[in-house]
Design a protein around this ligand. Structure first.
Ligand code: ATP
Length: 306
């Protein structure tokens, strides 16, 4: 019997070890591929968390040899601040998050947390310190309670429910036929995109990490879901150092600083008002988003009152 179960347990163990770092299926594969190359150095120490200032210093990065996607990028997010990163699709926003998690190694430059270079700290402590809310969270075909408790399996039911409340997920969960015991379906198919993301936020809140990396969903949400997600994200970023890949105007406006990316470079950085005044790329993106939102609101009204 032991012989039969041992390999399965080992597999379960490996999966457990990697799962905390999951962003989505794509990144799981990246992680598995990278695991051969990215390892703890013999001198690696656990990350110290007194200061969680995130610093990128002249970072270059390419996924493939011929195509550089991050160019000499420098960025500092001070301890406890919330930074929003905006920019067109493909400008390199998610890549920053992946580099911070050390799913990939920069080709040049340095990334550090509180002065500790990522290669100097253990991968486990690094990934324990960062809560990730991906755009397309990976949910398991198991109960909602299991999916939330996933980052901290020993959490009590009361803790799971508190996290769900903070993530604005409790109300919709209560309405499901079996509440927290409802099985979410393959990849969470029984939930909407906004609901899946709130489950992911609850999961991250339960883990209670000092650093949060949030990738907002781009998909159109109705106004009520959008408000709920916004409140949940606020909760997740509160009193933490946060990097938010932002798609919504409200998130951007509330951030301590806005970082505007274009083709792998930071082209503008500052507060909302300053950037608007500047009349550069941020001002353009903002106008474009406003028009899109207005068009969506109009489309919604028309579909409600044809
Ligand atoms: P979006 O807003 O669409 O999510 P983004 O700003 O987050 O875009 P990234 O996902 O960081 O952009 O991608 C930056 C560039 O790197 C893009 O040109 C993309 O095609 C490329 N890229 C991303 N992932 C990989 C990969 N695994 N292998 C090769 N190229 C990749």
């Amino acid at each position: 019997l032991i012989q039969v179960f041992l390999p399965l347990n080992t597999l379960g163990f490996v999966f457990r070890e990697t799962r905390d770092a999951l962003l989505n299926a794509e990144q799981l594969f990246a992680l598995l591929r990278q695991e051969v190359e990215i390892r703890d150095s013999p001198q690696a120490r656990p990350l110290r968390l007194q200061d969680t200032t995130l610093r990128f210093e002249r970072v270059d990065f390419s996924y493939e040899p011929q195509r550089q996607v991050v160019h000499e990028l420098s960025l500092e997010i001070p301890h406890g601040q919330r930074f929003a990163v905006v920019g067109s699709s493909g400008s390199g926003k998610s890549t920053l998050a992946r580099l911070l998690m050390r799913l990939y190694e920069p080709d040049a430059g340095r990334i550090s947390i509180g002065g500790q270079g990522l290669p100097e700290v253990t991968l486990q402590s690094l990934r324990d310190a960062i809560g990730l809310v991906p755009q397309e969270p990976l949910l398991f075909n198991d109960s909602i309670a299991y999916n939330i408790a996933y980052g901290r399996p020993e959490a009590s039911r009361a803790e799971v429910e508190a996290a769900a409340r903070a993530a604005q997920a409790d109300a919709f969960i209560q309405l499901l036929p079996e509440g927290y015991e409802t099985v979410v379906g393959e990849r969470g198919a029984r939930l909407s995109g906004g609901e899946r993301q709130r489950i992911a936020i609850a999961r991250a809140l339960l883990k209670n990490p000092p650093i949060m990396v949030l990738d907002e969903a781009t998909s159109a949400l109705d106004t009520r879901s959008e408000r709920a997600i916004q409140a949940a994200l606020d909760q997740a970023a509160r009193q933490r150092t946060a990097l938010i890949i932002a798609h919504r105007l409200s998130t951007v406006v509330d951030a301590d600083q806005i970082v505007v990316m274009d083709r792998g470079r930071i082209v503008e950085q500052g507060g909302h008002a300053t950037l608007l005044e500047r009349g550069g790329l941020y001002a353009q993106l903002w106008t474009l988003q406003r028009q899109e939102e207005q068009a969506q609101t109009l489309a919604r009204r028309l579909s409600q009152h044809p």
